[in-house]
Design a protein around this ligand. Structure first.
Ligand SMILES: [Zn+2]
Length: 262
């Protein structure tokens, strides 16, 4: 990277900000072109800078960045969307903050993926525009985010013997077929493979076929469909538990359960 080089008008979403030295702050952003970046904003506390308000977490901005020797600097900020309806709704704000801390924790500086940027923006735009503030929106985001990180579970057939989901459904009359979720194997396993793998000490959690199809929905549906998807509370609890265990398994960092926060 060339010192003094300027990026003009880079699209970014603010993930976090923290104090740095006496008058400066470090702003963590996710950008279209360079992924996650830590940027120094100078003099942000000294002057009641008009830039300052735009650098709140989950602000969507255009920023100019100057590459420095020791750090990169924000030199200009232009607001694109401040997501005011989210900020005025406590539940939505908490969900958004949780989401950003998760994203910030799991991404490394400099890793770029335009799809992650698009996923973030589409989620914030949707949450900003809907009346709904249920935590299933976080479950859906988390599944789609993990899929982009390379952890897309295989749910259409047993990952060991390839028996199809449909064939398991046929055997499931009266809830007789008891499949499992095999994290290190990458997804769904039929009952026979579950028992066989367990007997050699592999870790597999029990799950119903309903949760598996609901998880598929979270992975593939747009946000509106997720919101409109009718689900009883007990069904949702099972789905959430599966999503959470999936995330914990694939995260190297400690992740708190988001369901108890809202
Ligand atoms: Zn199998």
């Amino acid at each position: 990277m060339i010192v003094g080089y300027k990026y003009i008008g880079m699209r970014a979403i603010v993930l976090a900000r923290r104090d740095f030295r006496e008058n400066d702050q470090v702003i963590t952003v996710y950008t279209t072109e360079r992924g996650k970046l830590d940027l120094v904003a100078r003099g942000i506390k000294k002057i009641i800078a008009k830039n300052s308000a735009h650098l709140e977490p989950f602000s969507f901005v255009d920023i100019d960045i100057t590459i420095g020797k020791e750090a990169d600097y924000v030199t200009k900020v232009h607001p694109v969307d401040f997501f005011v309806p989210i900020r005025s709704d406590l539940n939505k704000s908490l969900m958004s903050q949780y989401l950003l801390s998760l994203v910030s924790k799991l991404l490394n500086v400099g890793e770029e993926d335009k799809r992650i940027f698009d996923l973030l923006i589409s989620w914030f735009r949707f949450v900003n525009s809907t009346e709904f503030s249920g935590v299933i929106l976080l479950d859906a985001f988390v599944m789609q985010f993990f899929a982009l990180l390379g952890f897309q579970p295989a749910l259409e057939a047993c990952v060991v013997c390839d028996r199809s989901y449909k064939s398991m459904m046929k055997a499931d009359i009266k809830g007789k077929h008891k499949p499992g979720f095999y994290f290190s194997g990458g997804g769904l396993v039929c009952e026979d493979c579950k028992l066989q793998k367990r007997s050699i000490g592999e870790q597999i959690i029990d799950c119903g076929l309903r949760e598996v199809s609901d998880m598929q929905m979270l992975l593939q549906a747009d946000w509106r469909t997720v919101v409109e998807f009718a689900m009883e509370d007990s069904t949702y609890q099972k789905l959430h538990k599966l999503v959470y265990e999936f995330v914990v398994y694939h995260s190297e960092k400690e992740i708190g359960d988001w369901e108890f926060r809202f």
